[in-house]
Design a binder for this molecule. Structure first.
Ligand code: GUN
Ligand code: FE
Length: 465
């Protein structure tokens, strides 16, 4: 995959694109010329009626990649919550409660990453697979180990994924096993610092495509000294923070009994709710918590599929959006059994529909659900792209001037399978069919920062129509 580094930098691409710049809005950019600068940034988006279009087309000449008919471009996905070391257990052990699953399956698996050869093999497969599935940006929990966490960042740089990587901080002997934890708060904090320094000073990271993240696993796994120190470290470095918040009844209750306050309020007290914080799950935030998260500018990684298994719950997504909480989507590999962000979109829609109130006013009032819960497919797709980018403050997720060219090309022809368009011609309907039917086999090309980094066809250098 290192060999395949075709590039659209300093070139242009002409074809049919979709993006969802705001909640509920699908923008259709058909017959559109997207022009990139030498660093992979979009500098112009010219539709068929743009006055400069024919001039630009003539000027770019041979440097235009013309997409075949039946191929559609979308912004690459932003997966806001991935446990990189858990990929080998994707699809396994989903019938256990969270606290049992962690101790019986997950901690023993993560502890294996003390072995760097094993870590390198597994992480390489993960990053390649996520790119091939259209995930151009991933927010990763690595493991407790400093070296293996640094290695995951190195692999993202090598393989061309945009990523945020955090060494997991977990030092509390009350809930972390002796064989897999930081020795004390100091170790957790200094290990985190070492990985931040490694990522920031990496010679191949001049463009800052890989970023460090302060990562207290969740409040139950951290001492108060560690939580306090990690809050201070994130302030010192001005870097991102990620953690799990009020994921399950057990985790939510743990904070209430330990701190006498909610998980979100406790995190806030440790300086861990910032404009650069991503809270995974956040299922049991009450309205006061939501307003607190919103006023701090923190975001939520909504992991709809994982929430079904480990929280028996649906995050009140609509409520959060109405309270101005910033939200993106996450797979939570391996808490959720799918690595596909298409699946994350579909599960977001489906679970929101299950939370929605029944429609017949004659039914008894206590039957189920809450009114105004359902979200549509375009909103889910927005959250999986632009929404996640906004949570991270990254210039990706939209096909607009100033954004980096992080794009997936979908081959919707019968040859690639999965999607059958029949006589479908309405652009909105083509979009719906893509999100419902596309799999890895339909992803012909994946670009990050203008470089082609994955896909079933090396299209940037290949013949065009
Ligand atoms: N809470 C603490 N650790 C984890 C984890 O690895 N996965 C999930 N889903 N929740 C957690
Ligand atoms: Fe998780």
């Amino acid at each position: 995959s290192k060999a395949r580094r075709s590039s659209l930098r300093g070139r242009a691409i002409l074809g049919d694109f979709f993006h969802a710049p705001t909640v509920g809005t699908l923008a259709v950019l058909f017959d559109t010329l997207i022009i990139l600068d030498d660093e992979g940034r979009i500098i112009d988006v010219l539709g068929p009626d743009a006055p400069e279009r024919s001039m630009a087309e003539a000027a770019m000449g041979e440097r235009i990649l013309r997409l075949p008919r039946g191929t559609y471009g979308l912004p690459g996905f932003v997966d806001l919550h991935v446990h990189a070391p858990q990929y080998p257990q994707l699809g396994l052990a989903l019938d256990k409660p969270l606290e049992v699953w962690l101790n019986a399956y997950t901690f023993p698996l993560e502890a294996q990453y003390a072995d760097l050869d094993l870590a390198e093999k597994r992480y390489r497969v993960l990053v390649e697979d996520l790119l091939a599935n259209g995930t151009t940006t991933a927010l990763y929990f690595a493991t407790q180990h400093v070296e293996a966490s640094a290695l995951l960042a190195d692999l993202c740089l090598e393989l061309g994924q945009r990523a945020l990587v955090g060494k997991v901080a977990m030092d509390d002997p009350a809930s972390c096993p002796d064989y897999y934890r930081d020795a004390d708060a100091e170790t957790a904090i200094e290990g985190t610092r070492a990985v931040i320094d490694h990522i920031r000073s990496h010679p191949d990271n001049g463009e800052g495509r890989v970023l460090p993240v302060v990562t207290p696993r969740f409040t139950p796994s951290c001492s108060e000294a560690a939580l306090e120190g990690l809050g201070a470290l994130a302030r010192e470095y001005g870097c991102h923070i990620q953690t799990h918040c009020s994921e399950s009844d057990w985790a939510h209750g743990h904070a209430l009994s330990r701190f006498g306050k909610t998980d979100a309020e406790a995190l806030d007290g440790f300086g861990l709710l910032t404009r650069h914080t991503v809270l995974a799950h956040a299922n049991f935030l009450d309205n006061t918590d939501m307003d607190r998260v919103s006023s701090r500018g923190s975001g939520v990684a909504h992991c709809a599929l994982s929430n079904i298994y480990f929280a028996n719950s649906v995050f009140p997504l609509r409520e959060a959006l109405e309270r101005q909480v910033r939200v993106g989507l996450g797979t939570d590999i391996s808490g959720g059994p799918s690595r596909s962000m298409f699946d994350a979109c579909l599960t977001t829609v489906r679970s929101s529909r299950m939370l929605e109130e029944g429609v017949d006013p004659a039914l008894p009032k206590d039957r189920r659900g809450r009114p105004n819960s359902a979200v549509d497919l375009v909103t889910a797709f927005h959250l999986a792209t632009a929404g996640g980018a906004d949570v991270l403050d990254l210039p990706v997720g939209r096909l607009e001037k100033g954004c980096r060219f992080d794009v997936v090309l979908i081959d919707a022809s019968a040859r690639a399978g999965g999607i059958r368009l029949f006589e479908t011609v309405a652009p909105e309907a083509i979009f719906e069919k893509i999100i419902h039917g596309a799999t890895r086999a339909n992803i012909s090309s994946v670009f990050v920062d203008g470089y082609e980094v994955a896909g079933t066809a090396a299209i940037a250098d290949g013949p065009t129509r």
